[in-house]
Ligand binder design. Structure first.
Ligand code: ATP
Length: 224
């Protein structure tokens, strides 16, 4: 599978544990994962199994205790904080459960924010995204004037607007009802296909997971 396809994300024997009181709790005990450009992978696992931890490490938001993670050929292990920040600005798009919208900016400005930072703002693409995400009538509103589901769609749009090579999404449709969640996932998959990005998406739903190219399951600190 690796031949001829650029590996966007390569995780090798990654370990991570947390201090809990006097004890050290091993959350990831040597996980391996490879994701190619254009590939969509669902990451499932019980609550507390380490899915968010895995995504945080891949985004360079936290560092692994052992093993190696490379994103678009960049090794994160020895990378400086500045390099990791640049990677998040230029290469990786994050959609987390907390939407982290900027309260003082309108929906339109929130949508454009990431793309502007990475120098990839494209007004036509942003307008198309807003339209497809059902946000066109809400562009002048502020985040506090939106429902949870609307905020989630802005968070998704903001990430896609910057056309990241790798999208890391933590339950991106978690706040949406089933029908809206389905249509937002449809759209995400369509846009991911259109931009050629790779997608690693955490979900609790086996039904949604089945719609991605591949499913990996985290159990006992290992991926299967
Ligand atoms: N910063 C931290 N300090 C200590 N323990 C942590 C920290 N972050 C996560 N943990 C613990 O690590 C384990 C894995 O957490 P994580 O959030 O990665 O799981 P998850 O699979 O994403 O769970 P959920 O599906 O409930 O979001 C949990 O037991 C959690 O309590």
């Amino acid at each position: 599978m690796e031949q001829g396809r650029a590996m966007l994300l390569k995780v090798e024997q990654v370990e991570k544990s947390y201090q809990s009181g006097a004890a050290r709790v091993a959350v990831l005990r040597g996980i391996d994962l490879a994701l190619a450009a254009g590939e969509t992978v669902a990451l499932t696992g019980e609550s507390g199994s380490g899915k968010s931890t895995c995504l945080h490490l891949c985004a360079g938001l936290d560092r692994a205790d052992a093993g190696r993670i490379a994103v678009a050929g960049q090794d994160l292990s020895g990378a400086s904080d500045a390099t990791l920040a640049r990677l998040r600005r230029d290469t990786v798009g994050l959609v987390f459960q907390q939407f982290n919208l900027i309260p003082s900016l309108t929906v339109a400005a929130n949508l454009a924010f990431q793309a502007r930072l990475s120098g990839r703002h494209d007004a036509d693409w942003a307008a198309r995204l807003a339209d497809r995400l059902g946000l066109s009538a809400l562009l002048d509103r502020y985040p506090e004037q939106l429902s949870g589901g609307q905020q989630q769609r802005v968070a998704i749009g903001r990430t896609l607007a910057a056309r990241p090579a790798l999208i890391l999404a933590d339950e991106p449709t978690g706040n949406l009802d089933e029908a809206t969640g389905d249509s937002v996932l449809d759209l995400m998959l369509e846009l991911v296909a259109e931009t050629g990005a790779g997608l690693l998406m955490v979900t609790h739903s086996t039904r949604l997971a089945a719609r991605l190219n591949r499913q990996v399951h985290l159990r006992g600190g290992r991926l299967a």
